[in-house]
Design a protein around this ligand. Structure first.
Ligand code: UDP
Ligand code: MG
Length: 331
């Protein structure tokens, strides 16, 4: 059993890429309980790239993100069948972001594609994406879904709310419907790998590193097999992490609440003093309004402490410098 951490530098991959004459494509596929999807993905991708385009210099890097089903057995099988298939298997589920980071760290290609195992990211787009980036005019070919057909309405609604909030709060532009399905040049991948943060939010990292990106649009597709790995709550937490990772505006909002309440209290004090001075009887029946004010202010205080706590918690996980993932087995 080998324990390998994410702090491997991208240098080796870059050197390998430079030494090779014909450009090589790495396909990075995060897999969490995808036993039935791997075969379909492998076959369709080869169909498009090898049969369709005659591209043979490629490698698959499957990252088994602590699957509980037979994903690892499938990967072992394909690695034994085809030397271009490599895999990493995590010691537990570290999440898709960690799986993508591991795959990118391992990828040796001059061009690297990240795509989901479930064929929701159509490999048929790869040739066009490759031509775009090979032309040197762009460093990355990215994709976005233009429809959310087949997705539960409530999920689409919250997804829209998330993108709206991100647009208002985040310091980077997060594109609505953007997928993690991308084809990237070597410099682009190395730039991503240079960002070593633990709380990874790719949808923010991509725009943050910059470079020239061309967008490809496509209609949403149903999963080839299996079911989505994202529960509603997993998505909510993911959305909060994204906002905290790329914006400090929630802290400013908490401060604004504090200032507004302070100003309101000054006005109220002034009113009470004036009423007293002008001989008005103080209303002793004010318990209901007092309780409401206490509840309101303590609610806002707890909210603000919570916001602050989120940033401190993220800082805590960053300073611990734990590896992004732990590999239990690799091909
Ligand atoms: N995935 C992963 N780790 C996780 C959750 C998902 O590696 O903890 C992988 C999953 O196997 C798939 C991709 O991430 O290849 C996207 O997941 P999914 O299709 O479930 O998400 P959706 O398309 O429904 O947003
Ligand atoms: Mg999917």
């Amino acid at each position: 059993m080998s324990v390998k951490t994410a702090d491997k530098s991208g240098d080796t991959a870059m050197n390998n890429a430079v030494l090779r004459k014909t450009p090589m494509i790495s396909l990075v596929v995060p897999c969490f309980n995808e036993e039935s999807a791997i075969k379909l993905l492998y076959e369709e991708t080869l169909n498009v790239l090898e049969k369709g385009e005659g591209i043979t210099d490629l490698e698959f890097i499957f990252v088994d993100d602590g699957s509980k089903d037979a994903t690892l057995e499938e990967l072992r099988k394909y690695a034994a069948l085809d030397s271009r298939v490599r895999y990493l298997s995590f010691s537990r589920n570290f999440g898709k972001e960690a799986a993508l980071f591991a795959g990118l760290s391992e990828a040796a290609g001059d061009f690297v594609v990240t795509l989901d195992a479930d064929l929701q990211d159509p490999p048929s787009l790869i040739p066009d994406m490759l031509n775009t980036v090979r032309s040197n005019e762009y460093d990355c070919a990215a994709t976005r879904r233009v429809t959310r057909k087949g997705e539960p309405l409530i999920r689409s609604f919250f997804a829209r709310c998330f993108y709206y909030l991100m647009a208002k709060l985040a310091d980077v532009e997060v594109v609505d419907g953007a997928r993690d399905f991308r084809l990237m040049s070597r410099v682009y991948v190395d730039a991503i790998l240079a960002l070593k943060e633990r709380n990874r939010f790719s949808k923010g990292i991509f725009p943050w590193i910059g470079f020239k990106t061309k967008w490809f649009e496509y209609e949403n597709r149903e999963r080839s097999a299996g079911e989505t790995k994202w529960s509603f709550w997993k998505l909510v937490i993911y959305a909060f992490n994204g906002i905290i990772a790329f914006s400090s505006k929630p802290l400013a909002i908490a401060s604004v609440f504090g200032i507004l309440i302070f100003l309101a209290s000054l006005i109220l004090i002034a009113i009470i003093v004036i009423r007293k001075a002008t001989g008005h009887v103080v209303n002793v029946d004010g318990w209901a309004s007092t309780t409401c004010i206490i509840l309101l202010t303590s609610g806002i205080q707890l909210f603000s402490v919570g916001v602050l706590g989120q940033y401190i918690a993220k800082t805590y996980t960053e300073v611990k410098h734990r590896p992004h993932y732990i590999i239990r087995e690799a091909s």
